[in-house]
Design a protein around this ligand. Structure first.
Ligand SMILES: *Cc1c(COP(=O)(O)O)cnc(C)c1O
Length: 390
């Protein structure tokens, strides 16, 4: 078993130390960027743990150990993007296999399922994963994977990981959880019975909007070995520099998340009372349909929220164009606040009818609440609401 050195410590300590030892030769504290492609062998086939950078790299090893320890898992694998990690889970499947997943999964996940893997004769069913009967009804004898996101994007639905993992296991299917939105600081899916956790490191784990990356974590040695086979065979592996950047990010994950959550909570209740807003989607609000589940499953409610601006499509566009503290951009999880209109941006890849059916209306606005001062965020939104009303 790989010892990631987390030694039963609390996650704040793990974030800073797991996978990272001062260099024995020099005492340097930080993991070096091992810019390198190949490694000296002592005899043919006799190497010191590394042969070639796609297969393994010491900077990547430290990142994989760090993310695995954060998730409380045994084995970590890093990828050049979150889509690279999702692709690797799909590589486990064969033609004819069936996958059940949520009807509001990340747009890129929907795209790789329907536009890439349906071509390879995998079948996908998209259901409301808060409805466990609907999930059970969708499962068949050929279902090999239940792919879960929670909270979901952009309606912030909260899915019960333990219950869904049980359904998956009844059918001998794998339960994979995309933990990008919650992060392991707030939610650790392996503790609830998930088989594998997927991350876009691009978001909160990197945390500074300066790198794209992905990761998979599992407790199952056989599964990890298969994931490693596809990681090396497909080659969507991260550069050592990217691994270094994410390692730098994860050290402050707990302190950043505390502020993201605090600001989002404040902003959500303010928006909830605002006359320009007809509805707020945030798991931390009492009115959220899965608030109790979120309180149980998560340690806090996260930094993402969405709201319905009470106006036309054009007026909602004006809001996202006018904000200045909130930058109009896709993505999330960085220290700076971002704002976007899902129907026109992140979820544009989902066909319009499906989008409407899933509740992704044109007036919906999603924000990634950053760590700026929340007073500046409120003033910024107020000014944008006024501009849209003119
Ligand atoms: C961004 C994101 C992904 C894809 O990750 P990339 O790093 O952009 O490839 C997958 N799932 C969720 C929930 C995301 O937010």
């Amino acid at each position: 078993m790989t010892d990631y050195g987390d030694e039963g410590r609390r996650i704040e300590t793990t974030a800073i130390h797991a996978g990272q030892e001062p260099d024995e030769g020099t005492g340097a504290l930080m993991t070096p960027i091992h810019a390198n492609s190949t490694y000296e062998q002592d005899a043919p086939g006799d190497h010191r743990g590394y042969e070639y950078n796609r297969t393994g790299n010491p900077t990547r090893t430290d990142l994989e150990a760090n993310v695995a320890a954060l998730e409380g898992g045994e084995y970590g694998r890093a990828f050049s993007s979150g889509m690279g990690s999702i692709n690797t889970v799909l590589n486990l499947l064969s033609a004819g296999d069936h996958v059940v997943t949520g009807d509001d999964v990340y747009g890129g996940t929907h795209r790789i399922f329907t536009q890439v893997y349906e071509e390879y004769d995998l079948a996908f069913d998209f259901v409301d994963t808060t409805d466990h009967d609907a999930v059970r009804d969708a499962m068949t004898e050929s279902t090999e994977l239940l792919w879960v996101e929670t909270p979901t994007n952009p309606l912030m639905r909260v899915n019960d990981i333990g219950a869904l993992a049980d359904v998956a296991h009844e059918y001998d299917a794998l339960c994979a959880v995309d933990n990008t939105f919650a992060t392991p600081y707030l939610q650790r899916p392996l503790e609830h019975g998930a088989d594998v956790v997927s991350h876009s490191l691009t978001k909160y784990l990197g945390g500074h909007s300066d790198v794209v990356g992905g990761a998979l974590v599992t407790d199952d040695a056989d599964l990890d070995e298969r994931l490693g086979f596809y990681q090396n065979s497909v080659g969507a592996t991260p550069s050592p520099f990217d691994c270094f950047l994410v390692l730098r990010g994860t050290k402050t994950l707990p302190v950043r998340m505390d502020r993201h959550c605090e600001n989002a909570r404040t902003l959500a209740s303010w928006l909830d009372d605002h006359e320009a807003v007809s509805r707020v989607y945030y798991p931390g609000l009492d009115s959220h349909p899965q608030h109790d589940l979120a309180a149980e499953q998560m340690d806090d409610f996260g930094g993402m929220l969405s709201f319905e601006f009470d106006g036309t499509l054009e007026q909602a566009s004006t809001v996202v164009e006018e904000t200045e503290v909130f930058t109009l951009a896709e993505s999330l999880g960085g220290v700076e606040s971002l704002i976007e209109q899902p129907a026109a941006m992140t979820h544009a890849a989902i066909p319009a009818e499906e989008r409407e059916a899933a509740g992704l209306t044109d007036g919906l606005i999603r924000v990634s609440v950053g760590v700026e001062h929340v007073d500046d965020m409120r003033a910024d939104l107020d000014a944008a609401f006024d501009a849209a009303a003119e």
